[in-house]
Ligand binder design. Structure first.
Ligand code: SAH
Length: 542
């Protein structure tokens, strides 16, 4: 089992040219890994701008990090993210000249294994500080994929007993301990016991192989409780459970989804189920769940926020990190990276929205976890509507799309990001309008602008201008000028939240097409909107 799981490739992060030789030596040890370099100082495989923010993004995506700089810089950069000890990726600091390898965090995800490998590649001793590991050459409390430690407190006691001079037997199959330097003794009082069964012997180190599968038909409700009862009947630990399997037709059943969550195991679907309501099967080694039935596919539509990593919501980041397939317009997909090894990135032209949406459903209905990326908010002039249109149109021809778990996550739209930079121009009633007449006739755009002017709404214009229609923006603004005072404040935000962002405040009389392009957001104030200094706001009272 352990051999089947490929460790995600490491991200090797450098701050300058001087670290490159060492970085390349480490890279040679990990096939597929990339060197990430500070854009202003070094040309590496991937460029980044802000070291701290970049490290946090890698960390959030569970990417193993090898940073070629001082341990202090890395710790300071990651400090805000170091909360959940269970979920952290391995992080190491390596001296630029390759003379020191320091594992920092990720004890449970194999940081010391990486430290030993890298140190061997650089021909130095790793700075391992974990005492049990120093003595035994392995972390007994971090079994490999496919195995779970029964009880961390008991485990710690076991390791201190060994450190204090006790010896141990190994019961069951623990191949990863074959090369460990354990004080073995066939008659020892203590034992490392590898078993799916509940074990009450207080002093032993119990490790459960995830080799149990619960097959459950539609039983109405209380699925998790019934599975727990069945496991108890067989004296099996819930930690040995590898998967919950339900019949294909139950893919949309909330009962199974929440049961799998409660049991903390993946949910799979199969039509080859045993006939009883519930059956429990036990294999003789950890189970690769990908070999059992299939997952319910998921399609999540996310927005990047206005551009930088900080304006992307944590929910969207998590969806992106978990995705197997990522689809979107090339420019946005480049902004959304870096990607994990194994993530499939499908870049397309911006105009192929419906085609992209259908492709996303095809992948998701085959059981994959798919994310579609928009800029800003996915529901504002973006992919969410295209995805729903594809689903609606495909109802008759592609009924399987309907079983996909579809989620649309909100994001920070360009109008909101621009407004926040300027102050609060959207502080009172406002509307958003797209000036693009690709998808709607121009006279409708004019009609809507007129009504918005009459209603004295603040107007946020998306897609203000393109090369294909250079004069339309001026036409639209001439219309606005018929209704609004020449001194009305106008906010122009270009590439907000992205490198090269510019903000400008002008009056309606000064506004013309030469000041905007397709990367600009235009907010035209109402009769109440005020400007002072660098700020623009619309008061909340009338
Ligand atoms: N879904 C996006 C909008 C897509 S329409 C959102 O919610 O923001 C594309 C238009 O959005 C562009 O023509 C521009 O007017 C605006 N826009 C998108 N990102 C922007 C940014 N970072 N700065 C300024 N305007 C932006």
């Amino acid at each position: 089992m352990a051999g089947m799981i490929t460790r995600p490739t490491v991200a090797i992060v450098v701050l300058g040219e001087s670290a490159m030789p060492t970085a390349r030596r480490i890279q040679a040890r990990y096939a597929g890994s990339l060197v990430h370099g500070l854009a202003s100082r070094v040309a590496a495989d991937v460029a980044y701008d802000d070291f701290g923010a970049y490290l946090c993004t890698l960390y959030a995506a569970h990417t193993p990090i090898v940073a070629l700089c001082s341990a202090g810089i890395v710790i300071r950069a990651l400090a805000p993210c170091l909360t959940d000890k269970q979920a952290e990726p391995p992080v190491l600091a390596v001296a630029q000249d390759g003379s020191a390898v320091v594992p920092l965090v990720g004890g449970m995800s194999g940081v010391n294994v990486l430290a030993r490998e890298i140190a061997a590649a650089l021909d130095v001793q790793p700075a391992i500080t974990t005492s049990g590991e120093l003595r035994f050459g392995t972390c007994l409390l971090a079994p490999p994929e496919g195995y779970a430690l029964a009880d961390i407190e008991r485990g710690k006691r076991f390791v201190s007993d060994l450190l204090a001079g006790e010896t141990t037997r190994i019961e069951g199959h623990a191949p990863w301990l074959d090369d460990a330097d354990l004080p073995r003794n066939a008659d020892a009082r203590l034992a490392v016991r590898v078993t799916p069964h509940i074990d009450a012997r207080e002093d032993d180190l119990v490790i459960h192989p995830r080799c149990v599968v619960a097959w459950v038909h539609d039983i109405g409700g209380a699925v998790a409780e019934r599975v727990r009862d069945a496991l108890r009947e067989h004296r099996l630990s819930p930690l040995a459970l590898a998967a919950l399997v339900a019949p294909m037709h139950a893919m949309k059943s909330e009962a199974f989804t929440s049961a799998a969550q409660a049991l903390n195991v993946p949910l799979r679907f199969s039509d080859a189920m045993p006939s009883q309501d519930i059956s429990i099967t036990v294999a003789d080694k950890p189970i690769d769940i990908l070999t059992i039935g299939r997952a319910r596919g998921a399609l999540t539509v996310i927005g990047l926020g206005s551009g930088n990593a900080e304006s992307m919501t944590p929910a969207s980041k998590a969806a992106l990190a978990a995705a197997e397939d990522v689809l979107g317009y090339e420019t946005y997909l480049r902004m959304a990276g870096p990607y994990r090894a194994g993530q499939r990135v499908h870049m397309t032209d911006n105009r192929e929205e419906l085609q992209r949406a259908r492709h996303a459903f095809e992948l998701a209905s085959a059981g994959r976890n798919v994310v579609v990326v928009s800029s800003g908010d996915p529901g504002v002039f973006a992919m969410a509507a295209a995805v729903l249109e594809a689903l609606d149109e495909g109802r008759a021809t592609h009924p399987e799309w309907n079983a996909v778990k579809l989620t649309i996550l909100p994001g920070v739209s360009a109008s909101l990001a621009t407004a926040a930079r300027a102050g609060a121009p959207l502080g009172h009633d406002f509307c958003v309008l797209s000036l693009s007449d690709n998808l709607k006739p121009w006279d409708m755009i004019e009609k809507r602008i007129m009504h918005a002017c009459e209603a004295d709404l603040v107007m946020a214009f998306y897609n203000p201008l393109s090369k294909a229609r250079p004069s339309q923006f001026d036409r639209a603004m001439n219309l606005v000028r018929q209704h609004r005072d020449a001194a009305t404040p106008v906010v122009l935000g270009r590439d907000v939240g992205r490198p090269g962002e510019t903000m400008r405040i002008v009056t309606l009389s000064e506004l013309h097409g030469g000041l905007v392009d397709m990367r600009t957001m235009v907010i035209v104030g109402s009769s109440r909107t005020r400007a002072f200094g660098d700020w623009v706001y619309t008061p909340r009272w009338y």
